[in-house]
Ligand binder design. Sequence first.
Ligand SMILES: NC(=O)c1ccc[n+]([C@@H]2O[C@H](COP(=O)([O-])OP(=O)(O)OC[C@H]3O[C@@H](n4cnc5c(N)ncnc54)[C@H](O)[C@@H]3O)[C@@H](O)[C@H]2O)c1
Ligand SMILES: O=C(O)C(=O)C[C@@H](O)[C@H](O)[C@H](O)COP(=O)(O)O
Ligand SMILES: [Zn+2]
Length: 378
Amino acid sequence: MGKIEQRVSVSLKSRSYDIVIKPGLIDELGVRLQSLASTERVGIVTDRHVARHYLSAVVSQCKQAGLHPVSIVLPPGEKNKTLATVEKILDVLARERFERKSLLMALGGGVVGDMTGFAAAIYQRGIPFVQVPTTLVAQVDSSVGGKTGVDHRLGKNLIGAFHQPKAVWIDTKFLGTLPKREWIAGLAEVIKYGIIADKRFFVYLERTMPAILKLEPRAVMQIVKRSCEIKAQVVAADEQESDRRRILNYGHTIGHALEALGGYQSLIHGEAVGIGLVLEADLARHQGYCNSKTVDRIRSVVRAAGLSDRLTSPSLEKVWSAMQHDKKVSQGKVVGVWPNAIGRVRIVPIERGTFAEWFKTVSVGGSGRSRYTAKRGQ
Ligand SMILES: NC(=O)c1ccc[n+]([C@@H]2O[C@H](COP(=O)([O-])OP(=O)(O)OC[C@H]3O[C@@H](n4cnc5c(N)ncnc54)[C@H](O)[C@@H]3O)[C@@H](O)[C@H]2O)c1
Ligand SMILES: O=C(O)C(=O)C[C@@H](O)[C@H](O)[C@H](O)COP(=O)(O)O
Ligand SMILES: [Zn+2]
């Protein structure tokens, strides 16, 4: 199997697994699956958009490797990340007599990955699955670390389970067909890693953004690999988010609230996180945790990526109330992740009064979408 693959290991207490990053890895999927699957039956879960580009190639790979693939094609988009959609996956697994050792493959973005992982976590109390992420968000974040689940009307990812994949296989060539808006959204999670854990990486992003926006292969490989390394380290230190893993949620306290307030339709996840990165940095400054220069640098890199930095809801009550459903809430208190400087964050609760004071100072406006809101394929 070619030479240019990169590997990142996720070392957990119970078990480790590898993230393999390689352009063209799709051509090896059959062989890789064969070496991991204990039964011939393999469930390929994907969505309609991804299926159009890649499903037939993956199915024929499986067949060539002597496997018996069963395709499950879901409706795309966050609004379908629901228990009802997971039930559809479970119906197929039961009907097709999937067994405890049957393997599922999540072929898609974070929505497909989170739901496939959740179905794998609960079908027969847990079956194995692999992640084959096809969006930037999924390649740098959602495919790694075992957070799986679905949304609830009141809050993001309120229903779910920790269930680690057996492997993560990343083909950066998938990104070639990704709509630009989705690519830009993924950059929010990439920028997040620089802010929470790696100043050098943040500086790299500041300098290299033009090449990244042009999808230059070296830059793409670098951001995917470094993001996976940082995520793998954090997850290894705290698999089930009892403490340190909460840093991966920087930008999400406000981001998830805005996503839920938009009914999971107006903002896509990365766009909401991009806004959250800037607003939570500004809120950190307001609380005296960092200086304005730090906020300005975060704002500049977010804008350079083409992401919005503007609050999308004028209602303090609505935003604060949506934030109450954050999974970091502890003993009724909203807990935030706040930058001290680039590369360093602290985790501290915030009072409503402090949030309200800051909220008055923030200008509201725009749709919150990235500069690239064109239709798919543009
Ligand atoms: N589990 C975690 O740790 C974690 C981390 C980050 C995000 N998430 C979750 O991930 C979700 C967002 O994921 P996403 O941004 O990947 O969105 P997504 O899964 O909705 O994919 C975005 C769009 O791109 C399409 N698409 C996917 N790959 C494509 C390709 N290669 N070519 C063309 N079209 C393609 C999809 O059909 C979809 O329309 C959110 O639900 C978020 O909560 C989870
Ligand atoms: O892996 C994690 O831990 C994260 O927080 C990564 C986030 O980017 C991701 O959006 C995650 O799904 C959020 O988790 P949640 O527990 O806040 O729903
Ligand atoms: Zn996220």
